[in-house]
Design a protein around this ligand. Sequence first.
Ligand code: KIV
Ligand code: ZN
Length: 512
Amino acid sequence: MSKEQLIIFDTTLRDGEQSPGASMTKEEKLRIARQLERMHVNVIEAGFPAASNGDFAAVKAVAEAIKDSTVAALSRAFDKDISRALEAIKPAASGRIHTFLATSPIHMEKKLRMSPDDVIAAAKSAVRFARNGIDDVEFSCEDAGRSELDFLCRVIEAVIKEGATTINIPDTVGYNVPEQFAERIKQLRARIPNSDKVVWSVHCHNDLGLAVANSLAAVMAGARQVECTINGLGERAGNASLEEIVMAVRTRQDIFPCETRIDATQIVPASKMVSSITGFPVQPNKAIVGANAFAHESGIHQDGVLKHRETYEIMRAEDVGWNANKLVLGKLSGRTAFRARLKELGIEVESEQVLNTAFMRFKELADKKHEIFDEDLHALMSDEAVTPENERYRLVSSMFHSETGEVPLARLIISTEGIEKGAEASGSGPVDATFKAIESIVASGSELLLYSVTAITTGTDAQGEVTVRLAKDGRIVNGQGADTDIVVASAKAYIHALNTLSSKKEKLNPQI
Ligand code: KIV
Ligand code: ZN
């Protein structure tokens, strides 16, 4: 007998984006949304359209592109917000409005300054308004984890009568513990009339490190949707991590009464993509997606795994997308093989021109690095995302000098809208010198918030992938660059961030 489905609602593009510094451009959101669709995520929360024109455009673009997942838009419980969200998801093959209102005493009194009766009236009106525009409406009782049970029952009964189809119980401040949270879900389901007509959802924050445990306890108590994010990204300590929820349910099918439709082999590529776009590194011992998650170091463990894998392994690395870095292409691979592999990886190539330049760069890379892995192709294609249209600055050439006892030096030529200019600078290291040389040409006046380097694959000939985060006039942008020379990768990342800063593309960090 087949089991019930657990709906995986990914909110990396909305709650994940609320992490300070994790804001994304429309193009970045689209890349992640496509990866989530490849993973067969049921619902992708694409953003908060009323927050800004930029987020509206990003949600609309995701709604236009995604066919196999429902695209949700968040909105406060006001008609104006809901109308904006409805407009943004109009092109979606399957769309959802997610509207919310706080229900805890502290939020109602101190933040909303509304009486409990007014909150019920506003919640009902919001759901009624949303249902006039779309059939799929989710209502969230913000801070439900600290709301009074009797009051929650009144609000939820009222919004179900107005046609809400999913009821979400957020532990907004990460205050709950598993047994008590599960009991809350059980009580709500038992006490509210028609509770079996809606999908019960949970949305747990990780302030006490319990987001996944609380979500799973709620699943045991009847929740059939979990809201989560890749790498557990999200406000403050983050949200429940998608990869941990999915793999717990899959690995413990002996106890969970439901299953997901997630293609787990897409988990590691998604984790890498989100980490690279946001510049938030994944800690090495992070479950499922950390670099050490499947590394057996101690002799006893290694011996056990060699004799019989399951002595120390409850999951297989390849099942979650590790070891995908098989050799795919080399120096002699042709354009057709290159195009075919990009297609297999689900990478969209916008035009023949983009394919041609990407192929040229692939050949250059293959000259330096004989084995090209999938990860290299992902990095190469994300560099290609800086198309000529938004490429104001371009690195023309570079020279670095660093020697024991000498001051490191960088000499660069940068083209600004086609006009080349050179500069030379010294610094505490070659990267510092490079950034100073770039600034002496561009004079952006931006502040460097983050600089991080990771090796894309293994081996000393691996490409280094650099993320740079810059802030200027209240805007925060990330730039990425990859190269076998990490100083060149750093220069590319800095220039990528400058191009994003100077483009019209709005990066935003909607706070609710
Ligand atoms: O944490 C929260 O309460 C939220 C809601 C908007 C669902 O993110
Ligand atoms: Zn949240």
